[in-house]
Design a protein around this ligand. Structure first.
Ligand SMILES: Cc1ncc(COP(=O)(O)O)c(C=O)c1O
Length: 474
């Protein structure tokens, strides 16, 4: 495609964009239990208006747009207060959970360079349930992720394994509050105490819990301590674009004090160009997400968030009880909030995900690990909470449908896995994708076979296949 010699009209452009969406999952249906965190229509308008008002303001230079710095500071202070931080807590608004985590790991690395200069190859210890953003941060920043397992009954990080994994190269321990995959909170006080004992940093990934658990607690629920009230917790990531219900591009990374946050900031006067001072990874960036976050925090207030969390939690509990009551399905671990996953001891859950997709629902397949079976992830959010009874009815019907279906041919899976292990040339990967009907621009309906193949492949090979796939996609 080339740039058109002459442009199109705004109406034509909007019509084209709307037509493209026909291929996408229709999250407005309230049937997509992942990816989108949608508040009610009025709240969404407040966010959108604020976002658009600040769309073109650039966070690059707070001296040019001081109001942007003020909005960011306000957002950081509100979130720090929610997480029981005192006036010493410092932080920034970032583009998302991944950036918050990247920055926390960079900060830990550079803190260690200053305070543990003898460490040449820094390591961070995290449970297998921790988010892949830590692996990405390790990959980008040269900090080795040392993965420990979890208790297969509770899905909490295995503390004895964590202790055993600490070496003279360890700089950081990680806890999730909760982990995305099963919605389980790690024993943060124990992990933070372990960090203190070894004079390490401790990051709590509260990307999903930070804007939700405090409101459950305020409503009288027993929520274990996970924030700055826990001695030894040195940084926290919290996403506003998840249960903060702000527009995408808004997360907060917080540090116990400024001496730690200092390691996050980059400055450069080394070029012929303008002075760079970047607290976050990006340089030029729209102030829209910050304004959207500021607006929703002011609009909903604590009461608004508490009411939304109560609605979502009630729906989650109905859904969990209903799933556990369906023959052969069971929820994994002890989910602390509104995300969880379930497995089956009788049917293939990848086929179940496809059957649900044919009925218009999206639940997210998750692969098996050494200690956990393959499962489907469910994120209950405000925009889908009203639909849990309809979902339950369709899960029950889909389980029966899958029982009647032929299982995925193990010989076919084996041959695909063997082909991919031996040869991942573009032709082989393309052949596999064509065989499962995956092509650019179309919404794949049947993912069970490809999920089966990816789940069977060793992790390293599966990662390579996924990279090859993306590299060929466009
Ligand atoms: C616990 C947790 N941490 C980090 C992330 C990464 O966040 P993002 O997708 O905003 O980069 C997620 C995303 O779901 C998450 O659930």
């Amino acid at each position: 495609m080339n740039i058109l010699p002459d442009g199109r009209t705004p109406d034509e452009i909007m019509a084209m964009l709307r037509s493209f969406k026909a291929y996408d999952m229709d999250w407005r249906s309230g049937r997509v239990f992942a990816y989108v965190y949608q508040p009610d229509a009025t709240t969404a308008t407040v966010v959108n208006d604020a976002y658009v008002l600040y769309l073109s303001e650039n966070c690059l230079d707070p001296t040019t747009f001081p109001s942007v710095a003020q909005l960011e500071s306000d957002v950081v202070r509100m979130v720090a207060g929610l997480l029981q931080g005192d006036e010493h807590v410092a932080g920034n608004v970032t583009s998302g959970g991944t950036e918050s985590i990247l920055l926390a790991v960079k900060t830990a690395r550079d803190w260690a360079r200053a305070h543990r200069p003898q460490i040449a190859q820094p390591e961070m210890v995290l449970a297998r349930t921790a988010h892949a953003a830590f692996h990405k941060a390790g990959h980008y920043l040269g900090v080795k992720p040392v993965v420990v397992e979890f208790d297969p009954a509770t899905f909490e990080a295995d503390i004895a394994a964590m202790r055993a994994a600490i070496t003279e190269n360890t700089i950081l321990l990680v806890a999730s509050a909760p982990c995305y995959s099963q919605g389980v909170i790690d024993p943060v006080p124990v992990i933070a105490a372990l960090a203190q004992e070894h004079e390490l940093l401790c990051h709590v990934d509260a990307c999903v819990g930070g804007m939700y658990l405090p409101f459950l607690r305020a409503a009288g629920r027993a929520i274990p301590p996970f924030d700055f009230s826990v001695p030894g917790v040195t940084s926290i990531s919290v996403d506003l674009h998840k249960y903060g219900y702000s527009a995408k591009g808004a997360s907060v990374v917080l540090y116990r004090d400024r001496s730690l946050r200092r390691h996050q900031i980059f400055a450069s006067t080394d070029t012929t160009a303008y002075t760079i001072i970047n607290p976050t990874a990006l340089s030029s960036r729209s102030a829209g997400p910050i304004a959207g976050a500021w607006a929703i925090l002011h609009y909903l207030g604590a009461t608004g968030y508490q009411e939304m969390a109560a609605t979502v939690q009630a729906a989650t509990e109905r859904l969990i009880a209903g799933i556990n009551a369906i023959d052969s399905l069971y929820v994994l671990g002890h989910p602390a909030m509104s995300m969880f996953s379930f497995a089956s001891n009788a049917i293939n859950v990848f086929q179940l995900a496809d059957a649900l997709r044919r009925r218009g629902w999206y639940l997210q397949p998750q692969f098996s690990t050494l200690r956990s079976p393959r499962n489907l992830h469910v994120s209950v959010t405000y925009g889908v909470a009203h639909n849990v009874d309809a979902l339950l009815a369709d899960i029950a019907a889909s389980v029966e449908e899958v029982r009647q279906m032929p299982p995925i041919d193990p010989a076919l899976v084996r041959s695909m896995v063997e082909a991919l292990v031996q040869d991942r040339s573009p032709a082989v990967v393309e052949g596999l994708l064509a065989a499962v009907g995956l092509q650019p621009g179309a919404l794949p309906q049947e993912m069970a076979l490809i999920n089966e193949v990816l789940d069977t492949l060793p992790d390293a090979a599966a990662n390579e296949v996924l990279i090859d796939f993306f590299n060929q996609l466009y």
